[in-house]
Design a protein around this ligand. Sequence first.
Ligand SMILES: C[S@@+](CC[C@H](N)C(=O)[O-])C[C@H]1O[C@@H](n2cnc3c(N)ncnc32)[C@H](O)[C@@H]1O
Length: 212
Amino acid sequence: MSNDLPAGVERRTYDGRERLATQGEPVYGEPTDSDGWRAWDAGRSKLGAMLELDMDTGLDGGETVLYLGAASGTTVSHVADFAGPTYAVEFAPRPVRDLVGVAEDRDNLFPLLKDARDPSSYAHVVEADVDCLVMDVATRGQATVAIRNKQFLADDGRLLMAVKARSEDVTAEPDDVFDDVVSDLEAEYEILETAQLDRFHADHLGIVAQPK
Ligand SMILES: C[S@@+](CC[C@H](N)C(=O)[O-])C[C@H]1O[C@@H](n2cnc3c(N)ncnc32)[C@H](O)[C@@H]1O
């Protein structure tokens, strides 16, 4: 049985191929329809890959989202198309310049030039009890970042996380890295589902979890 896509995410055909799509202003040269829907490229988005792989993200549409590792806004632009208030944390100034441009077309997208390892630096801005914490930070200590940011997540909220093996250890076997990250996360999160994202992103693991 396939999991439902969130409201505001559809499968549409572009160039003869069915793809995920959201409705909003184009951001990265993606194919668009005349009625304002635009293709969501799972090859450029770990969350897109998790939805394409039919992971049960628990997203219904309209959620409050804290997104860590927003870069220039490729994925978070799609999230803001179907979600509610969307707080986008990124610590590199250059991509944040583009992210601010993406937010100009989206009233519900709030870019934050902050370090996700230091949640106290944005705790005064992000509302409490967000429904969803999305993480795509290519950094060492990805489980630690998820644990530090758990404070923002509602008790019944979801963590949707993409782990990049090479960011933890370039020499280790990805499966060993994934085991370690999952084991560290289990101190604070119940793991609901994991899936390798290799069809779209080499050496990445998708994780769906909820706070313990
Ligand atoms: C793989 S890219 C994110 C791509 C983006 N999520 C997307 O799908 O459009 C990872 C990003 O995490 C950012 N990052 C790494 N460590 C971070 C930290 N401690 N705080 C905030 N951002 C961080 C990097 O600067 C980079 O832009």
